[in-house]
Write a protein that binds this ligand. Structure first.
Ligand code: ME8
Length: 520
């Protein structure tokens, strides 16, 4: 029932086999920014993230560490939750696929598929990548017989499997994509999926024999098999939506009516590596049980380091928490949001990080310091009353541009507009020269106008930057004498005259400019 004033956003649930890195942080911060922006715009939001805890990858990693799979999952779920808290992620629900509630929903989902004759028993013989838990055809793997995702050697297996009749839904899926041009964004990814669907779609193996893999959710119709980890994982979105109540008898569990729940999700945010699972497997599975598909899927690009892929084995994985230690949470968030055009790829370099940080410090931070200190110095810290607002149309313009960019999912552009407003305000200061106005008693009302205009623009900036810089905008709101960061509409209407402002340390303190060199 997520109607016009409700939004349900999801991140992928990350594998509990490794530590959070900058790629995970990117998707999660992007989702957080959208969640916060919509809350700022008066919407009721459910923001879901979590960890993917079953399957071979986890079982193997636990074995390697000499612990039980659940011990590894407990540890990693905690790591992810801690990382997200440190990075200011305002998630509403952190789901773990080992939770009882989730296991019960997966069981109900699979039973429903089975009852609707959407599953049959077959034999799989062919190539398999243990690490990615993917079956590959001879054609996919080429002569060197390597997994198309991780590049590892594949192995030949022959085993009993249960299959979902995914092929039956191919035409409906194509229609869904063609009828809804914005369903998969960006367009390049949509075209990729349409291209993929030009070939006949096969059926999907949804089980793994327990003899090979025991760490998973039992199939309700054959206890010798567990659910394929991707099927288990995708269902997390439905579990968290509250649409299905597995404790009820069949027919009353919610599969026929999702009213009152958060299903369908408004947006699944994923990296382009997992687009097929989200835009082919997931919607067809939903069609198979008779549930509505998600409203939109955003597949963003890839962070690379310099010009190489980030990978554990290359040892070039950027740790967002280490960057945060030096620059603070908001700087990491700002860099990731501003530097990567939403949907495209971007390369992490310490130099670019510093350039983006300087923008925060020299444009936004500097504006806040100088405006607040001039109000303190020339008007004893009380915002003067003035009928005219010299930056009113710029502020309105920035708000509507930011809203339009967020609606078009161009998050980087939304914050570029916000920064442009801060830039315009700095130019305004240079033009008005409040220090000169202060020297001339005849210009008292001009000075009032300058200071009042700056106070107003800071409130608007505070609201606009809050989704990306929640920590520092909280501080700014306090310094401006506000009770918390206002919503976008409130910001425009906030009465500033008579409020007392307080100066403080720079919001974004200068850092050692040689830092970038030491990072190489
Ligand atoms: O795939 N650049 O989990 P995962 C940008 N458990 N984003 C990146 C990235 C990079 N270099 N590296 C990772 C899984 N990501 C499954 C998901 S969902 C039902 C199950 C981000 O831990 C990006 O969002 O491998 C990518 O899709 C995700 O992390 C993969 O995380």
């Amino acid at each position: 029932m997520s109607g016009t004033d409700r939004r349900f956003f999801t991140t992928p649930i990350y594998y509990a086999s490794g530590e959070p890195h900058i790629g995970h942080a990117y998707t999660t911060i992007l989702t957080d920014v959208l969640a916060r922006f919509h809350r700022q715009d008066g919407k009721d939001v459910l923001f879901l993230t979590g960890t993917d805890e079953h399957g071979q990858k986890i079982q193997d990693e636990a074995e390697k560490r000499g612990v039980e799979p659940i011990e590894l999952c407990d540890l990693m779920a905690e790591r992810f939750e801690e990382a997200w808290k440190t990075l200011g992620i305002s998630y509403d629900r952190f789901i773990r696929t080992t939770e009882d509630e989730h296991k019960a929903v997966v069981t109900a989902f699979l039973k429903r598929l089975w009852d609707r004759e959407q599953i049959y028993e077959g034999t799989y013989s062919g190539w398999y990548c243990v690490s990615d838990e993917r079956y590959w055809t001879e054609k996919d793997i080429g002569e060197d017989r390597r997994c198309q995702i991780c590049g590892r050697e594949v192995t030949y297996v022959e085993e009993k499997n249960y299959f979902f009749k995914m092929s039956e839904w191919q035409d409906d899926l194509i229609k869904q994509i063609e009828d809804n041009p914005e369903w998969i964004v960006p367009e390049v990814r949509r075209n990729e999926i349409l291209g993929f669907l030009r070939q006949p779609l096969g059926d999907l193996s949804i089980s793994r024999p327990k003899s090979r893999l025991s760490w998973g959710i039992d199939l309700p119709f054959d206890a010798d098999h567990v659910a394929y980890v991707w099927v288990d994982a995708l269902i997390n979105y439905l579990t968290a939506s509250g649409a299905i109540d597995p404790s009820k008898p069949d027919g009353e569990q919610g599969f026929d009516d999702v009213t009152g729940s958060w299903w369908p999700a408004d947006m699944h945010l994923v990296g382009k590596d997992i687009l097929t699972t989200h835009s082919v497997y997931w919607p067809t599975l939903l069609m198979g049980v008779g549930l509505p598909v998600p409203r939109q899927i955003l597949a963003h690009g890839w962070w690379v380091v310099g010009d190489t892929k980030m990978s554990k084995s290359l040892g070039n994985v950027v740790d967002p928490l280490a960057l945060r230690e030096t620059f603070g949470t908001d700087a990491v968030r700002w860099y990731l949001m501003r530097e990567m055009p939403t949907g495209g790829d971007a390369s992490y370099t310490p130099e670019r990080f510093l350039t983006r940080y300087d923008e925060l410090a020299n444009v936004l931070g500097n504006l806040a310091s100088r405006a607040i200190s001039m109000i303190s110095k020339y008007r004893d810290g009380i915002v003067p009353d003035s009928a005219s607002n010299g930056l009113e149309s710029e502020a309105h313009g920035a708000l509507s541009e930011a809203r339009a960019s967020i609606a078009r999912l161009k998050v980087h552009e939304a914050f570029a507009s916000a920064m442009d407003l801060a830039r315009a305000a700095n130019v305004y200061v240079e033009e008005r020269q409040p220090w000169a106005q202060a020297k001339d008693p005849a210009q008292a009302s001009e000075l009032d106008e300058t200071l009042s205009t700056l106070a107003h623009v800071l409130v608007v900036l505070c609201a606009l930057f809050q989704p990306v810089a929640p920590e520092k905008m909280g501080v700014l709101a306090e310094r401006l004498g506000l009770d918390g960061v206002p919503t976008l509409d409130q910001a425009i209407a906030t009465e500033m005259a008579g409020r007392s402002v307080t100066s403080g340390n720079p919001l974004f303190p200068r850092v050692d400019p040689t830092w970038a060199n030491s990072e190489d």
